[in-house]
Structure formats: C-alpha cells, structure tokens
Design a protein around this ligand. Sequence first.
Ligand code: EPZ
Length: 417
Amino acid sequence: MLKDSLLVEGGHPLYGKVRVSGAKNAGLVLMTASIMADGETILDNLPRIRDVEVMIQILNDIGAKSKWNEDGSLSICSPAGSLKNPTSYELAKKLRASNLFLGAMLGRQAEAVVSLPGGCDIGSRPMDLHLKGVQALGAETQIEHGYIYASMKHGRGGRVYLDFPSVGATENIMMLAAKTPGITIIENAAKEPEIVDLANFLNAMGAKIRGTGTDVIKVEGVEELKAIRHAIIPDRIEAGTFMVAAAISGGEILVENVIPTHLHPVVAKLKEMGAFVEENDQGILVRAGEKVMPVDIKTLPYPGFPTDMQSQMMALLCLSRGSSIIVENVFENRFQIVDELNRMGAKIKVEGHTAVVEGVKTLYGTRVKATDLRAGAALVLAALAARGQTVIENAIHIFRGYENLSEKLNQLGAKVQ
Ligand code: EPZ
C-alpha cells in the first residue's frame, strides 16, 4: 500500500546544502542514560524520528515523563524512587536499543528487566557480551520467557574484556560502572563517536569515565549523578548518506553540521571512487566525479569503514566502471538489499560475508522493499540515479532513522513523495 511507501523519480542531480540532524545512535543511548539521574534532563539536537518517539513511549511507560519542549529540545523527568520494569515486549520488539536499559536500570536501582531483542533483518542480535560485562560488576542475571532479569546486591568495579568491540555492550557496561563502587576497566571497548558522546554526557552528570575513543575505558564509580542539559552530536551516518546522494545523482551537496573526523572512512572511499570531496568550515562538500571508480570495502568497528554505510556504498558501486568487493565483517546478514538492487538492474553476487558488485551503466526504477533502515536509505539513493520511477515499500524502516528525509532530498532537487 502506498501509505508507507516512498515514490522516487530518478534522473535529477541534487544541488544545494543540507543540515544533518542529531545522531540517532547517540540520542537513543543518552535518552536511556538520563534515567540514572533524578530530575529533569534536557537533550538538544535530538532528531524527531520514529525510534526516538518509541523511546519516548518506553520512558513514559516506566515512569520517566518525557515531552518535547517549544524550543525543540526533549525533557525527560525521572522521579525519585523506583521506575517500573519491564519495558513492554511490544515496544521492546520495535526498538533494539531498549536493551540499553539493562545497564541504566541496574545503575539506577540495582535491578533491571529487559526483553531479549527479537531478531532483526541484519542478523541475530545476541547479548552475551552485555551479560558478561554486567556480571563482571556483580550483577546476577537469568533469562526466562525471553526476558533478562538482572539484579545487583553488592556491585564492585571489575575488569571486562570484550571479545568483540560491541557498541551496545560497551554502553551498558559504562552506564552500570558509572554508579558501581570501585574501578572498572573495559578492554577492547568500542570506539564509536557515540560512545565518546555518552561518556561526555555521563561525566557532565558527575561520572568519572576516561579513555573513551580508545580500546581501554576506565570508570571510577560515583554515588550520584545529576540531571543536566546536553546537545547530541550530529549523525555521521545521515551525513554519509547525503554525501553518497551527491555522488550517485551526479550533483553537488554541501553537508552541514558534521564533525569531519567522524567521516574519514567515508570521505576516503568517496575520493577513491572519483568524487570531489572537500572539508571546509561549514561542513563537507561532495561533487560527483566524471565516473564512479570501483573500490573494495571492508566494514569494521570504528574507526574502520562503518557497517551502517555499507548498503549506501553498494548502491553507488552498482554504477561503477568495474567490479568491487564488499566484505561485511560486523553483522552476519547485511546483504538483504542485494536482491532489491538486482531487481533494479544491478549485477551483484553474494558469497557468505562477501558481495561482488559488477558495475552497470543504468539502473531502472521498479517496485522494491526496504528490509532495514540503511538498506531502505540505500534504495532511495539507487532510485535517485535510476531511470524512471521507483516505489520503495516498507518505507517505515527509513523513517526510523532519517528525519524529514523526503523534504531534505526535495529541497536539493529530488522528486520524492
Ligand atoms: C549499534 O548496534 C548501532 N545501533 C547499530 O546501528 C550499528 O550498526 C552497530 O552499533 C555497529 O556499529 C545503536 O546504536 C542503537 P554491536 P549494536 O553490539 O550495539 C555482535 C543503525 O542502522 N555482538 O556493536 O547492537 C553482534 O551480533 C543500527 O543505526 C555479539 O556477538 O551493535 C554484531 O554482529 C544498525 N554479542 C556485532 O557484535 C553481543 O553481546 C556488532 O554489534 C553484542 C554484539
């Protein structure tokens, strides 16, 4: 049904400038961390996207009253005393990030009940590293009927080695450690910018966290955290998505409100592919090259090439002058978009974690469906360059993580509705 579909007319090069919204993956964890302080937390630069609205429902559900203010900021008021567990399965199913209540609730009130996240379209989303981390700090956990029940009697700081630098596990352990007496060391920690933003937020609340952005994070537990006001960092994945939009549509876009260091892997690859990319004091300017050169891409934890930009790059490589190899090292099943792109005339073959993209001259508009947030965004990008009209079904996935995407694209000259 057209209701939650996007209709894109291809062939219009995009020109102009676009301002990137606040980062979804920083906003969601900061909204969760805010319950670790009583009183009113105010978050600025939070994107009005579906995932944020679902998180607002969850916060209200557990008793942390949340509402948008006139000035566009979000207020989250956590009362003194206990918040309600568990977050409802219905809501938790809609939002993987609800698993971050494990660390925040344990840190706030020494008990937590979170739903094991349902599988999603990019692979099963295990929580073994989250559990290993909170157990190292003294939490007792058990899993029943699809929920994790956790409690802390005598928490003590501890040392945790993460077999994989999991973003969510690092965030859960950091939040719990912030309020756990003693010193906690997290080794092989995730280094994403969203982790650094979380540490800045918690430290401004009174926490003592050092080393985020490196492999080893050191946390000294404190008694109490205070509610503060904080502005979310810009969304590096939304920024990267618009940078690819310039390259794939044959236009030129100035992407404003970005932190250039967060985009180095994407900038490097776009330059290798023949685009003109320049960082200036307003943001990052991207102009399409004469042609798209084939490149190889391996996704890795930050500062490697981000998995959340893999589908967008695949769409662009479909129109390159040669063969490219994409290796997805972070998620086990993040090539769902391949079948949809091949329906548009692309030539992509998948072997396990590797996709071989043979460039074609033209993509053709047709009916396709979004399987996850970033695949959906990548289909919009392919549709911008395709001949004719493309209908993207299940567009709800796209609205989960992109604020006003159609409006932003149309003001750059696209024809999206
Ligand atoms: C965060 O997910 C992001 N989501 C994802 O963005 C992003 O793709 C991912 O980090 C990687 O950068 C949010 O921040 C809300 P992980 P997260 O734990 O924390 C395995 C988007 O499109 N793993 O770093 O769930 C896991 O299976 C979304 O915005 C374990 O094995 O990612 C996966 O293969 C998609 N055991 C890999 O680690 C664990 O206990 C990376 O997962 C935890 C994870």
